[in-house]
Design a protein around this ligand. Structure first.
Ligand SMILES: [Zn+2]
Length: 392
């Protein structure tokens, strides 16, 4: 949902990126502030000065959101959670963490760190407002806007709707109480969905009576609703598959294709016979060099329009497509290559193919586990996670 972002800086070793959406917001917000808020607040303001103040306000807002995210990121890093990057996108900032806290107290600390930073920012602007006033001066209007928008960010993030900060606080407290992350996530995610649905309903209602701000509320509501569901599924998968190795779920033995096999022969004898939709491609010494999928074969031009090819020529050689029998399935699920292709070649310690692991194999295991649930276990300590800690 964040889309592609551009890296603009690296602060304290953490990359900072902005999405094209954010650049759109900067322009739009500067336009609105410069075109109406500042001219309305300060009498006799030149139009150019209004837009300059609008842009300055948006950049200041950008800085306070970054501070909020760094609050989360630095505290998370101190608890041993790797911080991938901080992104500014459509609805604000997001600190992308790799993995979840191992301890509810850690999650409580990093969930509170962002709002705490914003609270400090609000107090500082409040103090500044007390000094310069919030009247119809340039400085007064600037300070008033920052005070308002940071207070709004603070209140919004404290809504107990997982995955907002308040929801994360709620989850960590439930986790402390239940001693069970998946149960705590289920309750917090359910709360998040209720709040998300409520925001959508309120937003639509506001739109119906002509308040355009309702659109924003509805969009955020949809995001909260979807994200709460995704987070709870991800934790459920981690809990169910904790400690499961690739070798336990793969389909074996692997049918392989020798690297030198002509593509046309592979099509006629394998793909056209609907035998499998992917084959590990192996060298003469049996080591796997890549995966050839039906998708790749389908993209080829007809034989008359291309030179004769060998399967090695068109195999997908992404090293992420090769995994070991002993690899942890919950980690493999996070591999971009696995998510892209839906299959992995599983190899033994010598690099020879022993099987194929597909998303279908994993789904089958998850469904089987639902029929015969195992004893609840603590989640894997090294659950490299989907982005966590998104904020508006
Ligand atoms: Zn936050």
């Amino acid at each position: 949902m964040t889309g592609r972002s551009f890296r603009i800086a690296r602060i304290a070793g953490i990359p900072v990126g902005v999405s094209p959406w954010w650049l759109g917001i900067v322009v739009l917000l500067s336009w609105v502030l410069g075109g109406s808020y500042f001219p309305d607040s300060v009498a006799g303001l030149a139009p150019a000065a209004g837009y300059a103040l609008g842009l300055a306000s948006v950049l200041l807002l950008f800085a306070s959101i970054l501070l909020h995210e760094f609050g989360h990121a630095l505290v998370a890093r101190r608890s041993g959670i790797e911080v991938e990057e901080i992104d500014l996108w459509l609805l604000g900032g997001v600190a992308k963490l790799r993995g979840e806290a191992h301890d509810p107290r850690d999650e409580l600390r990093y969930a509170l760190a962002g709002p705490l930073v914003t609270a400090v920012v609000v107090v500082l602007f409040g103090a500044l407002a007390a000094v310069v006033g919030t009247g119809s001066t340039v400085l007064g209007a600037l300070v008033r806007y920052q005070l308002f928008v940071n207070a709004a960010i603070l209140l919004f993030n404290l809504i107990p709707a997982f995955p907002l900060d308040g929801g994360r606080v709620l989850r960590s407290l439930l986790w402390l109480r239940f001693g069970d992350l998946s149960r705590a996530t289920a309750v917090a995610a359910a709360t998040g969905r209720v709040f998300g649905a409520g925001m959508i309903a309120l937003g639509v209602l506001a739109l119906l009576v002509g308040a355009l701000d309702g659109l924003w509320l509805a969009v955020v509501g949809m995001f909260v609703f979807a994200a709460a569901g995704a987070q709870s599924r991800s934790v459920a998968v981690d809990t169910t598959l904790a400690g499961v190795r690739a070798g336990e779920l793969m389909s074996a033995p692997a049918e392989v294709l020798a690297a030198g096999t002509p593509v046309d022969q592979a099509i006629a004898e394998q793909f056209a016979q609907a035998r499998h939709v992917a084959f590990p491609i192996v060298e003469a010494d049996a080591t796997v060099i890549g995966l050839l999928t039906l998708d790749r074969v389908e993209r080829l031009s007809p034989p008359a329009h291309r030179p004769p090819l060998r399967v090695a020529d068109i195999a997908d050689r992404d090293p992420g497509l090769i995994a070991h029998e002993e690899d942890d399935v919950t980690l493999l699920l996070r591999r971009p290559a696995f998510q892209r292709v839906g299959r992995l070649a599983i190899v033994d310690p010598d690099g020879a193919a022993v099987g194929l692991l597909s998303i279908t194999d994993v789904e089958r295991a998850l469904r089987a586990a639902r029929l015969a649930p195992r004893e609840r276990t603590t989640p894997p300590a090294r659950g490299f996670g989907a982005p966590t800690g998104r904020h508006g």
